[in-house]
Design a protein around this ligand. Structure first.
Ligand code: UDP
Ligand code: MG
Length: 318
């Protein structure tokens, strides 16, 4: 290894990306070596328990290129935790986080670097367009970013993934935040300091398939909302208030009509209204319990206090 404290660290979590390792390293090295002032750098590749030959492909790169670090996790921990493992390992004065499928063009790093030198602590990439992604994914993602933004007090920029540069003090702040359902893009916004976005067109995946199927995307979305907002909990109480209000009015109507024997014309002893009330209230209660459960489950996970990830070993270029 060349220096103990490089200027730039690039962190890339990989899960079953054997076909992307070589082109990724090549493009990254190309851009990093051509940065103005030739800053020292390290490329930290986190192998998130891949079941394919990802680790071997990275080892090929370790042999032929300098400044590459391979962090093997003990199993698959998921994208956000793999990224966290990489951020914790990175030693650079500035750290860049990016996906390993070349959807985040490494060429944008030059612009990140420029803004960082101009004094920004966070430079995040905003997706102007997204190539090669289904209409469904694009539409749900757009909606998600806007909903999260509405629900939280933290100023989380829309259409922004994890592709970004962070200064040392931001990385330290993340390191000091031990939460485990990590929504990194939100946490970085929460940190504050000087932040700026740069727009880019998101490319297609180089090879392989997305590691975020619908179920995982949904989990991630719920993590994002619950980590940064208690609006769903309030929604549950609003629903409760509304339905009790309706029930209260209805109770008065029932009592008054019973006392004075007023029945509406064509009055039929109403199972319909009973059923509607029971179903409606049952539904509202279940929604409320479900929302509570989402938060409770996360509290349970947090109090267990297990480590966020486990590293099995670290290999470096000679
Ligand atoms: N990833 C990971 N662990 C996982 C899932 C994904 O390290 O459990 C990595 C993946 O290899 C890629 C990045 O996270 O480098 C983003 O994943 P992907 O490209 O599949 O997400 P998408 O771009 O489809 O949202
Ligand atoms: Mg991708």
């Amino acid at each position: 290894m060349e220096s103990r404290h490089p200027t730039l660290s690039v962190v890339v979590p990989l899960y079953n990306e054997e076909g992307n390792v070589a082109p990724l390293c090549e493009r990254l090295e190309g851009i990093l070596m051509r940065l103005p002032g030739a800053p020292s750098y390290e490329i930290i590749i986190v192998n998130d328990g891949s079941a394919d030959a990802t680790a071997d492909r990275v080892r090929d790169q370790l042999r032929t290129r300098k400044n590459i670090v391979l962090v093997n996790l003990s199993r698959n921990f998921g994208h956000q935790l793999a990224a966290t493992a990489g951020l914790d390992t990175a030693k650079g004065d500035a750290v860049i986080l990016m996906d390993g499928d070349l959807q985040d063009p490494p060429e944008l790093i030059a612009e990140f670097f420029d803004r960082w030198q101009a004094g920004y602590d966070v430079v995040y990439a905003v997706r102007r367009t997204r190539k090669g992604e289904s209409l469904f994914k694009t539409a749900t993602a757009r909606m998600f970013y806007r909903i999260v933004r509405k629900m939280t007090k933290v100023n989380i920029p829309v259409d922004t993934g994890d592709f970004r540069l962070m200064s040392r003090r931001v990385v330290t702040a993340l390191h000091r935040s031990p939460e485990r359902h990590r929504f990194l893009r939100g946490m970085v916004s929460w940190v504050g300091y000087r932040q700026i976005g740069v727009e880019y067109d998101r490319d297609e995946r180089h090879t392989g398939v997305t590691k975020y199927p619908l179920a995982k995307m949904l989990r991630f979305a719920i993590d994002g909302i619950t980590s940064f907002s208690d609006a769903p909990l309030r929604l549950a109480s609003y629903l409760g208030f509304c339905s009790s209000f309706v029930a209260f009015i209805y109770a008065i109507v029932v009592i008054v009509s019973k006392l004075f024997s007023i029945h509406p014309p064509a009055y039929t002893p109403g199972w319909a209204s009973t059923i509607v009330a029971v179903i409606f209230l049952g539904g509202v209660q279940l929604i409320g319990i479900g929302i509570l459960g989402e938060y409770l489950g996360r509290i349970y996970d947090e109090v267990k206090g297990r480590p966020l990830y486990l590293i099995s070993d670290i290999e470096r270029s000679q």
